[in-house]
Structure formats: C-alpha cells, structure tokens
Design a binder for this molecule. Sequence first.
Ligand code: ZN
Length: 248
Amino acid sequence: MFIQLEKGFYMVAGGDGGPGISCYKDCNIFLLEDGGEAMLFDAGSGMDTARIMENIKETGIKTEQIRYLFVTHCHGDHTGGLKDMQELIPACQVVASREEKRLIETGTEFELGLIAAKKKGAYPQDYVFRHGKVDLIAEDGQEYQVGGMTVEPIITPGHSIESVCYLVKRGGRRYLFSGDSVYKNGALSLQNCYGSSLEAYRDSFPKLAGLQIDGLIPAHFGFTLTNGQKHIDKALEYLQSSALPPMV
Ligand SMILES: [Zn+2]
C-alpha cells in the first residue's frame, strides 16, 4: 500500500497517527523521486520494516535509486527501523543532525525517550530499539542534490534535542518535511522526556519564518500541499505569546 501525493512523491508508511498503511507504530514515511534518483524521510519503528519495503517496491521505485535517507529525529517511531533499512538499502546514505546521530547510534532508552513512552503505553514493553548508523551530519546551510530536487536541513530543536526540518525544492515548489516539530494548524509536540524543550522551540523556530512553504509534510497526522507557511506561521505566533501553544 502507498499513497501518491504527486508525480514521484509517495507516502510509503504511516501507522495509527497517519493513513494506516504500515505498522501501527510507524511515523509517516515519504519517498520522493526525480530524474532517476530518490530519497526517503524517516525509517519507521522497526516493528515491520518488511511491510514498508513492500510498499516502496509497489511504487515502482527501485531501492538502488534511493540515495539518501533523511532523519528528522531519533525517536523510535522514526528511527527504530533504520538498522533494517540500512541492511536492505545498502547504497543509501543516512543524514541526521550531530546530537540525533549520537542518540540513534548509542542513546540509552532514557535518552531516546523510550522509558517515558513505554510508561505512557505508547510502545510495547518488550520493544527493543535497534541502533542504526548515521553517515552524514545535517547542518544549517547545506544543500543536498537528489535528481532535480534540493534538500536543505534546518536545525530546529524543541520536540527533541536537535530535530531537523528539511526544506525540499522540487519543480518550482517548496516543501517542509517537519518531522514532529510542527504539524498542521501550528500544533507543536513538546514531550515530558529527555531532549524536549519549549525554550529550544522558542529559540529555533524563527528560522522557519518567511520560507514560503507550499507543502507542509509532518511525520504524523495530516499534510497540506498548499499554503504550508500559514500553518508554520501560526506556530511562530503561538511561540511568541506567553500562553502554552497547542500540543499534540
Ligand atoms: Zn518524536
């Protein structure tokens, strides 16, 4: 199963908080292709990576075409499947920020927010995070070329210690793959666990002002292909007011 958003732009995973096309715990995963080259955003929970790989296959895009896997942050529903994917897509390079790389590769269950998440019932008690590897460090100001698409990391701590949003320019349109940093209607995701900080949100979010985003593509819930900046601007407004912003 997959959902096609546009030509060469697919959602290939998404659990209970998304379209239900893969394991219930998976974040939304997106696959984009242009000029024969492709890229993925996030890797899912690792609870059923085979199903995600089947979805990728159904799109017609070959795993050998996938050059990069861009990681938004270390939480289990986003990178628990990273090790599996690296084994199944060996030529693909994994990109994440420096701090998220540390947690993905060697983070404890506490640092990964898993102890708190298990207490909440968000993961099965026997869930085991398999540590993957990160090949390239995402930094502000970089530009990755994938076919005719460009990808620019924007480091936006808040939801996690060094979450990354990725600005993608493709066919004259601009998309923000925002992970768990910001959702539609300006909703944020502050968690009561290691690495999550409202102060960090306040400090980093002004970077997302004025980006003229068309498509806002978060890693859970819904997305929009037009007027994405309007939703981001709402979050910016909330973060400038003393009231607590809406959280999901
Ligand atoms: Zn998260």
